[in-house]
Write a protein that binds this ligand. Structure first.
Ligand code: ZN
Length: 119
């Protein structure tokens, strides 16, 4: 893979920063909804189950967003250190197309695939 050009670096940096903002906004919006369901509240049994189901979905979304935010922060840091775009496992260039799709990606496609297979 080619090294990233300066224009590509700048484009991905802008992507990272707006992604970070978006994730932070989503997390602060959902922080209220993530409060435990109040089981004493006089709502029907079905709607209580609905509420609990909704809440566990919300929790899963939140932890996915938190994880992604961590990766975004890591990528912003690597950019500052001039290491951005290198696979954190094998050191190869991750490549612009992949970074454009996932600017926070810490690994190249091959290493990501290996990690997912390993679980
Ligand atoms: Zn790699």
């Amino acid at each position: 893979m080619e090294d990233l050009s300066e224009a590509q670096q700048a484009e991905l940096r802008a992507d990272l920063l707006s992604l970070r903002e978006e994730l932070q906004r989503g997390l602060s919006l959902s922080s209220q909804g993530a409060q435990p369901v109040d089981l004493d509240e006089p709502i029907g049994r079905l709607s209580r189950m609905d509420a609990m189901q909704q809440q566990s979905m919300l929790k899963a979304n939140r932890s996915a967003a938190q994880l992604r935010l961590q990766q975004v922060e890591g990528a912003v840091m690597r950019q500052r250190e001039g290491e951005y775009g290198e696979c954190q496992n094998c050191g190869e260039n991750i490549g612009f197309p992949r970074l454009k799709a996932r600017p926070e990606a810490p690994f190249c496609l091959a290493c990501q695939g290996l990690r997912e297979k390993r679980g």
